[in-house]
Design a protein around this ligand. Structure first.
Ligand code: IPE
Ligand code: IPE
Ligand code: MG
Length: 250
């Protein structure tokens, strides 16, 4: 039975986050340059976005470029930015067709101007689409976002808009650039790496993690469905005991 048919519609995650990793190794294994891997990674982005929209996942966040990725060789950074511009402009039509809204989180003003223009255009065009949110993390790191939020809260205290006692989880969450969406229930990382790489540190506090050795360009709809089925077979206890959860259900 295909994994898609094993998915229970009642237990769908409202938000899936993915660390798309392994493009470079995929290319290397084929004797090609790293950028060849990035180009082939775009197909997987399309597959996964479509798959999420089809089954009814409402929010999908993709880690596309981290703050730390600026430290890669300049030629790779340039090629990645160029690919980003091209992809955003060529995919807008598909986003419209599939009723998907494009959003972005990260230090967007650090992106090259052409990239930012293309991104803003696509975000504006798709702004009233409501089937699914596709959130690209670009020039993003969770520590960057957390520091930004701390500064904003400190400023509000200083100008006496709020008092120190108003600071709680809810207020902090509302300051993060992810505040519009629920926190991801499921995090997927491809390529066999078992680390978080400065992604959504706050938001992933109680997420289920799913790791696969599949390299990102090889990741298919069926791989996504498999991850969702795995997620649905887990017991999320949030600090409680298993017995408490079964009692709550009855
Ligand atoms: C992920 O693939 C894409 C980005 C980080 C932009 P990598 O480029 O990290 O591929 P590997 O990890 O070197 O194989
Ligand atoms: C994480 O991948 C960032 C993205 C997927 C965009 P990296 O390949 O950059 O992560 P590390 O540095 O190996 O942890
Ligand atoms: Mg990598």
């Amino acid at each position: 039975m295909p994994y898609k048919d094993k998915i229970s519609k009642e237990k769908l995650p409202a938000h899936i986050a993915i660390i798309m990793d392994g493009n470079g190794r995929w290319a290397k294994s084929k004797g090609k340059f790293r950028i060849f891997g990035h180009k082939n990674g775009v197909k997987a982005v399309r597959e996964v976005s479509e798959a999420c929209a089809e089954i009814g996942v409402k929010n999908l966040t993709l880690y596309a470029f981290s703050t730390e990725n600026w430290n890669r060789p300049q030629a790779e950074v340039n090629a990645l930015m160029e690919l980003l511009v091209k992809t955003i402009s060529s995919e807008t039509k598909t986003l419209m067709k599939n009723n998907i809204r494009l959003n972005a989180i990260g230090d967007l003003k650090s992106l090259p101007k052409s990239c930012l223009t293309e991104l803003n255009e696509a975000m504006e065009k798709t702004a009233s689409n409501n089937r699914m949110n596709l959130i690209l993390a670009l020039s993003y790191s969770a520590k960057w976002d957390i520091i930004k939020s701390v500064k904003s809260i400190a400023q509000k205290v200083k100008s006496e808009k709020i008092s120190i006692n108003d600071i709680n989880e809810e207020l902090f969450t509302s300051e993060l650039s992810t505040h519009k969406w629920p926190h991801p229930e499921l995090l997927i990382r491809t390529s066999g790496e078992h680390r978080i790489s400065n992604f959504l540190l706050w938001e992933l506090a109680y997420s289920e993690f799913y790791f696969t050795s599949t390299l990102w360009p090889d990741f298919t709809k069926e791989d996504l469905y498999k991850a969702i089925v795995d997620y649905q077979n887990r017991e999320r206890r949030f600090g409680k005991t298993s017995e408490q959860l079964t009692k709550d259900e009855n």
